[in-house]
Write a protein that binds this ligand. Sequence first.
Ligand SMILES: [Zn+2]
Ligand SMILES: [Zn+2]
Length: 370
Amino acid sequence: MASNLISHNSDLTLDVYFTETVHQGSELKEIFRGSETFAVSRDVLVKSSPVFSTMLHSDGFFAEKKMRQVRVEAESITSMKIWLQILHCQTPDYDVNLTEVWNLIAVCDKFNLVIDLLYKWFEIWYSKQPIEQWLIGTRYTGETHHFNEDARCLLYPTWRLDHPKGFLRVSRHVVYNSCYYVKEMSPVRRRADLHLPSRIIQQMNAARGRLKTIIFHALYRPLEELLLENQNCCDKTGSDYQRALLETKAWPIERYGTANSIATLLRRLRDFYYPTPITKCVTCPKDFQRVVKDLIMHTTFYFDGMCIDCMNQSKAKTQNEDTDYWLHRYLRQDEIVRGCRVESHRQPTWYFSFMGRREDMDKFRHKERD
Ligand SMILES: [Zn+2]
Ligand SMILES: [Zn+2]
């Protein structure tokens, strides 16, 4: 079978094969799944990868250095082919699914390639995907779903391949649509090393927690005001208001807020119905429907997602609190977010994208307030 022509000045045939790990009884076995050959330039491979360099360079110790054909294992044929196209300045393929994007990252790590070379490819690939459709289609009910269309499988690639717009959009979606805990998903089971730093997941969970707190306070405040009046009419209004909230199945938030996503809670609150009661009292006649409507608006637009640039700026650079000048510069940014590549995002994104020590942030903000 003829090789895939990658280089016109080919002096090496790369025989790429891939295997799959499968259960055989109680054992895990590597099963050969296929191979393909590529006509490439030895020089290009040597210059692009320390792994190939050791394998192929004429000073190397390995037998491959004299061979005209070498055999390597990759995550998949497609991902290896795209890498070879990129390295040889050929137009790469884009018509691949999300799993291949993960495979591309795995190949990069395996051969120690420069990940930056993949950024442009990923930007174009991302622009060709029906991302909004995937986001709408992703429901986190734990039922079977397609890895290649699961928004959570986009978290890691958008972060690792430096796509601030994608990471902001996808992380926002995952925070609003996750039940229980925010977690990421991987379509490549055997590559457990490919995942987000745990700090990012922690911060996304903190953002989800914050949204629940906002909902609680906004819904509880009118009730508290009525209770403090200690009047019969106000007690009655308070009970009616709570009953109307109970009917939405979004309240009490402690009961419904764990197993349901923020998006579900907000959707349920849209059904809230309790017209302003008519009494002579000054406290009772509140526009409760407006309270709930405003809360839905405020919560829906509160969190824009995680910002890669804010995250990068706030990573601890030294272990010394006193010399962390960068940190203070970052902490001062607050409302005016400068230099982020995403068009604009609001303060909560900046706050939850903080990757440094949380105590530093709180201490500093406290001091600024005093
Ligand atoms: Zn009253
Ligand atoms: Zn930012």
